[in-house]
Design a protein around this ligand. Structure first.
Ligand code: S3P
Length: 181
């Protein structure tokens, strides 16, 4: 039995804060036997600070610059190693035109983890480490601003349920290599 891998795939999960990109990415990668990269973690490791500290000390424009650098690094490494990866993007990554362009130029598959705003609010309200979660009104406003960018994704799955259901939906999209005899 052989698995037809083809060229390395960059399978990217996008979606708003609290949509479950990190958890789903980790589980999906495990299921596929691919490495998983969490872009926020790569940024934290590169800078040596946690995301809220980067925002507080260096500001959002600098965060976006580092985010772009790290995205290019991950794309480069993936293509060079010829090994497909699952990448959990940050909630704002694909809203930056230079990031979307880099992902498109390198043939990434973008999957949007869609989740109703009420659920996202409930999830994020319990976690205090998100610099862009200030209050409910600004959260709702940012969500509305982000929607058109998420809608540019190649696929959309419902991430309001458990992570296992998200993985099932992604595996059912029919974008993975076929096992050939
Ligand atoms: C951001 C989302 C965060 C993180 C940073 C900015 C955003 O990632 O990248 O705080 O712009 O929506 P998560 O979506 O993983 O929380």
């Amino acid at each position: 039995m052989a698995i037809d891998h083809g060229p390395a795939k960059l399978l990217c999960l996008t979606g708003f804060m609290g949509s479950g990109k990190s958890t789903a990415g980790r589980l999906l990668a495990r299921q596929l036997g691919w490495p998983h990269v969490d872009l926020d973690t790569s940024i934290e490791e590169a800078v040596g600070l946690e995301i809220p500290q980067i925002f507080a000390r260096q500001g959002e424009p600098e965060f976006r610059r580092i985010e772009h650098d790290q995205l290019l690094r991950v794309i480069g490494e993936t293509l060079e190693s010829r090994r497909s990866r699952v990448i959990s993007l940050g909630g704002g990554t694909t809203a930056q035109p230079q990031n979307l362009a880099a992902l498109r130029e390198n043939g990434s598959l973008l999957i949007w983890l869609e989740c109703p705003i009420e659920k996202l609010l409930a999830r994020c309200a319990q976690i205090t480490n998100r610099p862009l979660f200030r209050d409910e009104a600004s959260f709702r406003k940012l969500y509305r601003q982000r929607l058109p960018f998420y809608q540019l994704s190649d696929y959309r799955v419902d991430s309001s349920a458990e992570p296992v259901s998200v993985i099932e939906q992604i595996l059912a999209l029919g974008i993975f290599p076929k096992v050939t005899a």
